[in-house]
Design a protein around this ligand. Sequence first.
Ligand SMILES: Nc1ncnc2c1ncn2[C@@H]1O[C@H](COP(=O)(O)OP(=O)(O)OP(=O)(O)O)[C@@H](O)[C@H]1O
Length: 554
Amino acid sequence: MTPRLELTGIVKSFGATRALDGVDLTVRPGEVHAIIGENGAGKSTLMKVLSGAHRPDAGVIRLDGQELELADPRQSQAAGIAMIYQELNLAPDLSVVENITLGQEPTYAGWRRATGWIDRRKQKQAAVDALAKLHCETISLDRPISELSIAQQQMIEIARAVATSSAAISSSTAATPSSSSTNATDVPGPCSPLRLLILDEPTSSLTQVDTEHLFTVIERLKEDGISVLYISHFLEECQHIADRFTVLRDGKSVGSGAMPHTTSTNPPQTNKPLSSEHDTPKTPDIPPESMESIIHMMVGRDVSQLYPDLQHTRGEVALELQDVEGTSLPKQVSLSVHHGEIFGIAGLIGAGRTETLRALFGLDSLAAGRVVVHGQTADRRSPRSSWLNDSMGLVSEDRKNEGLFLNSSLSDNLTMTRLGNYRRRGLLSTSQMNQTTLDWMERLDVKAAGPDQKIGELSGGNQQKIALGRLLHHDCDILLLDEPTRGIDIGSKQAIYQQIGELAAQGKAIVLVSSYLPELLGVCDRIGVFAQGRLTEIRNTDQWTEHDLLSAAI
Ligand SMILES: Nc1ncnc2c1ncn2[C@@H]1O[C@H](COP(=O)(O)OP(=O)(O)OP(=O)(O)O)[C@@H](O)[C@H]1O
């Protein structure tokens, strides 16, 4: 069987950083293949090579046996490769139909073609067909994208990938076969069907229900012979949906094989006889093993105890919300968080969790109620003086827009809230800022060229570590953490949970919002659940189960 995708010796460097250092990868037709690796291992870079966003410095890409040179995203698309990024690429003010057919609008045939008139009937049909394929017929075709949920928007992106290859839509660009290509008849044509769908952390903003729907859609695509490359730090998900996996480490493929204990309908094919040279993976195929051995391969050590068992004692009340109302959310929230306590907040997306943190931190104004910090009512007219000086810090869930200055260095981002520490005779000591940044990079295992590197050049997970590191460096008394481990690998998660536990042991008050229920259950002392803007129930963690948390959130 000819592999759907075969990568051999892919190399990609950014200046002195060798992001990919000879990656080999084999993906079979109709297979879901998980790409697993630590933050900065090279996963996104590899996917960008496949989507035509980056040109590799060396290596060979073969799709269905055909060698390709993907010089830009249009060529990749024309070859039947679609990439769905974590941050969706949709036009918010255009309708569902317009987004699904964006850039591929069918025009009339004959004399009207030259006018560029869009054939609205065909355009609508292409959207209807694509949505039907994904069982998403209930999404209204004329609604602007901005009115859809994140999960629906993701489906529109996948529908676009499906529709692009539909015969109803014309495309003008085909992938360029390399000069060494041997079989010109195999060159993907202008309407090459979707062959490979790449999903980068697709569930990071999805609820459980939406995740299950996504998995159903993936199964449908598999039935049509479409291969899926699935990148996620949620290893349980990989285990559930993937047939096989490849582990990347420091830009190299260090192992691949059948996903152990997969519950996928397609049985793993690792042990089937290999029929041709093409079918032989360049990365040694390992027999089905435990997830522990895959994690070891990924981080280079065992991650035996993910959640720390650190004693911390509940002290005085650090922070109180009394009947707090936002302009739309939250609604009448009352709660208190103590020193030495980790308070978890669960709930569905849109339930008012983030709005509560923002109201607490003074980013959004309150419609009613009071926030009391260290026994003093926070002054709403001057949140900066009363709240920030009280050493309250927030890690925003929106890292790119609110959490970091992407064009500034790691050092500037990490130290900016405590610049006074580095002032020497009216000047800033950049060497000391850099030294502090190096220390934190080591503690949080940040992969970067150095403190001077622009933070926008780091992998997503490493950016997140610096956003969290800034609060740790600031030495806040009260830490508000909104999805702090989103996009973070399992080894680093363990380090962050350890940090959170140590902070609680030092008497800090911590509020942790997370959509990842095992994390809340593993780390928190108490958990409150939000539903439709209200804090509906608070219990000690040992009185919650995942099922109870979900039931309370709905
Ligand atoms: N445009 C760029 N400029 C400089 N370095 C880059 C650029 N893009 C990626 N890198 C570097 O390449 C390496 C691999 O990054 P990549 O984003 O591929 O990792 P990743 O495995 O996707 O990580 P994560 O799980 O955190 O998303 C990192 O060291 C990163 O800093």
